[in-house]
Design a protein around this ligand. Sequence first.
Ligand SMILES: [Ca+2]
Ligand SMILES: [Ca+2]
Length: 156
Amino acid sequence: MHIRSLLMAAALASVVVAISQPAYAAGPVIQINKIYYDSPGSPDFGANSSLNGEYAQIKNRTKQAVSLKGWTLRDKTNRSDHVYTFGTFTLGAGKTITVRTGKGKNTTITRYWNRSGGTLAYIWNQDADTAYLRNASGMLIDSCSYNSTRYDYKIC
Ligand SMILES: [Ca+2]
Ligand SMILES: [Ca+2]
């Protein structure tokens, strides 16, 4: 069995246990489903509105609400400030949460990374990057990679 398959199987098993749901046929039940990596406008100067124009979306494909408290979202950069950690938050069944890079007030549909500092504050590279979603135990639940400057976003 391929290492990645093992990891995914372990991740799925963990999620299924946590939410007492039967196994699903394909893909993680909590999924990174979109990354909007090239914020609208060009060039991107790093204003808060532009930082918030890039985001990642996570969808709960189960029929039950799932707590994302302690779950993390990050890119390929090995820096602690490139790790977003969910505070107390429950993602409803079938619901999607949008994690925006800049500053803002958290709502039930949008969370903010609260980054600032201009062009260096962006998380999602405009050409290629990978998003990683891990649960509170640090287990990889899903990842999504892209490698294209032809598009502004990636549907995972
Ligand atoms: Ca742009
Ligand atoms: Ca990046």
